[in-house]
Write a protein that binds this ligand. Sequence first.
Ligand code: HEM
Length: 144
Amino acid sequence: MLFSIVIFIHVVSAVVSIGPLVALLPMLKKMEDTDEVQLGGFVQAFQISITVVKHAGHVLVISGVLLVWLSAWTWLTSWIVMTIAVMVGSIVFLAKAFKPTLVTFGTSNFNKEQFIKKLRKATWMYIFLLLIMLWLMVVKPTLW
Ligand code: HEM
């Protein structure tokens, strides 16, 4: 019963980690046609989405640790090791990819085209990293 609850929480947090990022893609398209005054609202929505993704990521890690503890899998299981490796990489990436770009909004360093281009690239990259982890978790490949 405890395992079912934790795995449900784990899967919900995976959905909440990926979902907002996918929604950001059409929003970035809209941002291209928006003037700088209205862009502020979009930037705020972007920041909120990244915060949601960050918190969901915390729940994902905590529930993942509990699942290893509750299941027969160990910390040496190859797909778990690989997920953790990708996760460490994506945490470093998440910290570096979005914030330094988002803080340029409203400063003299702001360039709308570059700003949207960088955010789009970072969003796709992070979705890609999450999909690799999702694949590892669902397929559970024996890598070594
Ligand atoms: C610290 C990182 C993580 C650890 C230690 C971890 C650990 C685990 C474990 C032990 C299971 C249970 C497998 C089973 O017995 O069926 C599981 C399931 C799952 N995990 Fe993770 N996980 C982590 C991160 C992630 C991430 C980043 C995602 C998605 C992006 C994810 C998505 C899933 C999904 C969808 C399942 C259900 C798979 C199934 O039942 O076939 N996990 N995880």
